[in-house]
Design a protein around this ligand. Structure first.
Ligand code: ATP
Ligand code: MG
Length: 389
């Protein structure tokens, strides 16, 4: 067996953009498999074939492919002739000493010019296999499904399907900038937008040297994990401690959190525009904490003229945590650190900040200078996957 057949979701790829989507996906598959023994990656009538060389380890290939967005499922496959008897013989040989309680043959005809229908092929090939092995045929709930795809000139066959990451190929949607804290939510928010095909710029605000470097270490590790999906990431580390101290001195305690967030949005907007990102992403959820009441969310959003996407807005914490666990970020997010916002958070933050009050409080601050200083202090870090040693 020397090939992998990759299936993508057809529906998302309809229309005149389809060849482009497939080309982007092929490019991403090649990048994700960099360093492994891959011979070719080609488009074959509605699926993608990855031809592997003798040194490609299936477990590593499977691991990397499972994270590539735009893939519905993929299978370790072999090729066989189209004629029934040699096709069945090749399958029988590949089946080795398997002993399933029941089986079925499931055929897809990519090449509709093939002179038999799928059920006809299933009956013929299934019949030959049953004859050779004596296995019971079960069409509704077989232990083993032998998938056969009839393509021009040859057939592919495979025995199982690995689930793909779904979504759209990275790079087929517009670039976004995600405000990434070390918490549970924002990494999931970034992931969900990556899964929709958006390259996501990662923006983290830290209070070093007032606080430790812990939050930066956490987001670096989160960025590394997220990069396994989008293959290249840029992490912007923004110094925020100085601004917070100014807010602390100049603004009423109960409005501080809203004002911090508004400053973050203003800075993120500047950075997004500089890096050609079209909208912002946050991990905000209605009602999760005091700063995330509907009233406060709107008072915060007012600070930016960019669209703010909040993919988690209606989710419960346990749903988000489950997804963070699947992505692999949960254990890192759970490491305690002093978030730059917890340090300066008052005991009773306003849960319904009124915009006029916030704007009045902000008049005490040199907003433009604060934003410009933060932008000037940004440190850029690049991440790539796979990491070649
Ligand atoms: P998270 O788990 O993502 O930290 P949270 O429940 O702790 O979220 P908040 O701390 O109120 O919620 O933050 C709301 C959103 O603001 C976060 O999801 C994130 O997008 C952004 N944010 C908060 N703190 C930071 C930070 N230090 N750097 C970048 N973005 C931040
Ligand atoms: Mg947080």
């Amino acid at each position: 067996m020397t090939s992998i057949v990759v299936h993508y979701k057809e529906l998302a790829l309809k229309g005149k953009n389809r060849p482009w989507f497939v080309q982007v996906l092929i490019g991403n598959l090649r990048s994700a498999l960099t360093g492994l023994d891959v011979v070719t990656v080609t488009s074959v009538m509605g699926r993608i074939e990855i031809e592997l060389g003798p040194d490609a380890a299936w477990t590593e290939v499977r691991d990397r492919l499972s994270r590539v967005f735009g893939v519905a499922n993929f299978s370790y496959a072999a090729k066989a002739p189209l004629e029934f008897a040699p096709l069945a013989a090749t399958i029988l040989e590949a089946l080795g000493d398997r002993q399933p309680a029941s089986f079925r043959v499931s055929v897809r005809r990519a090449d509709k010019r093939f002179p038999f229908t799928s059920p006809q092929i299933e009956r013929e090939v299934g019949g030959l296999i049953k004859e050779a092995r004596g296995w019971h045929v079960d069409l509704s709930n077989p232990e083993l499904t032998i998938h056969v795809e009839m393509l021009p000139g040859q057939a592919f066959f495979f025995f199982g399907k690995e689930p793909g990451a779904g979504g759209l190929p990275t790079g087929t949607s517009g670039r976004l900038a995600c405000l990434l804290s070390g918490g549970i939510d924002s990494p999931v928010a970034a992931y969900r937008m990556m899964r929709r095909g958006c390259p996501v710029l990662l923006v983290h605000f830290h209070s070093y040297p007032i606080l430790s470097r812990a939050s930066q270490d956490k987001v670096r590790e989160i960025a590394r994990l997220l990069t396994r999906h989008q293959l290249r990431s840029r992490l912007l580390l923004v110094p925020f401690g100085e601004l917070q101290q100014q807010v602390l001195l100049a603004c009423p305690a109960e409005l501080r959190v809203v004002i911090y967030r508004r400053l973050m949005l203003r800075i993120a907007e500047k950075l997004a525009r500089a890096w050609r990102a079209r909208a912002l992403v946050t991990g905000e959820v209605v009602g999760q904490v005091a700063s995330q009441t509907v009233e406060n969310l709107t008072a915060i959003a007012d600070a930016s003229s960019l669209e703010i996407l909040r993919p988690l807005i209606g989710m419960d914490k346990d749903e988000i945590s489950d997804q963070a666990a699947r992505i692999g970020t949960l254990p890192i997010s759970n490491i305690p650190d002093q978030d730059c916002c917890t340090l300066f958070t008052p005991r009773h933050p306003a849960t319904r900040a009124r915009l006029e009050q916030v704007l009045a409080a902000e008049r005490a601050l040199p907003i433009d200078a604060l934003v410009a200083a933060a932008v000037a202090g940004v440190v850029v870090e690049e991440f790539r996957y796979p990491v070649l040693t």
